[in-house]
Design a protein around this ligand. Sequence first.
Ligand SMILES: [Zn+2]
Length: 224
Amino acid sequence: MPAPDYLPERESVIAAVRDLDRKGLVSGSSGNVSIRLPVEGGEERYLITPAGVVYDELDEAGLVVVDEELEPVGAELVPSTESLLHLAIYKARPDVGAVVHTHSLYASIAAVTSTQIPPVVDEMVVYVGGPIEVAEYGFPGTAELAKAGVESLGDRRAVLLRSHGMCAAAPTLQEAMRVAVLVERVAQIYVQAEMMGGALELPDYAVEAERQVYLMRSGLAGSE
Ligand SMILES: [Zn+2]
């Protein structure tokens, strides 16, 4: 039986990458996107963008299928240098089906100043699950970065990676893309509000109510 080609999945990842590029959230070959594939023969598989290919030149065939050990399945390109981070998130979070990592501008400004973004707008609690924390510094591509990213992500859908960028994780690729866009907008609001006397945090009762909505929608209710 020929190996599955995952064409619809490949098309959705390429569409996401082009969308990120169009929106200015990635440039050159920075950032990366992955999705969890259906289990094949009892094994987890993931589809991820390759290392060092500029997005203009990337097509469906250039994406890499890897197993849980990060071994490429079939003769393909080298997976993204940040694959360890993607895999660590999938292992820690069974609810996550897609990961989008960007070096978008305002998220990166927060990341390089190690500035956690507290709950300042309602939608970030509903869609991200609470504050956007900053993970400890880890050298790109290492297990340390992956571990720090997973820890600071917690049960939410976005994390900032110190001195690096941001990572969004959600049940579907469409949702992870929305989170990546939302995080960049919230980061811009926060960075600019801080220059105008400081952003006000949402009242506690609002954060609690919105977080319950997040947990219920994520199927995580009862986990805290
Ligand atoms: Zn990166």
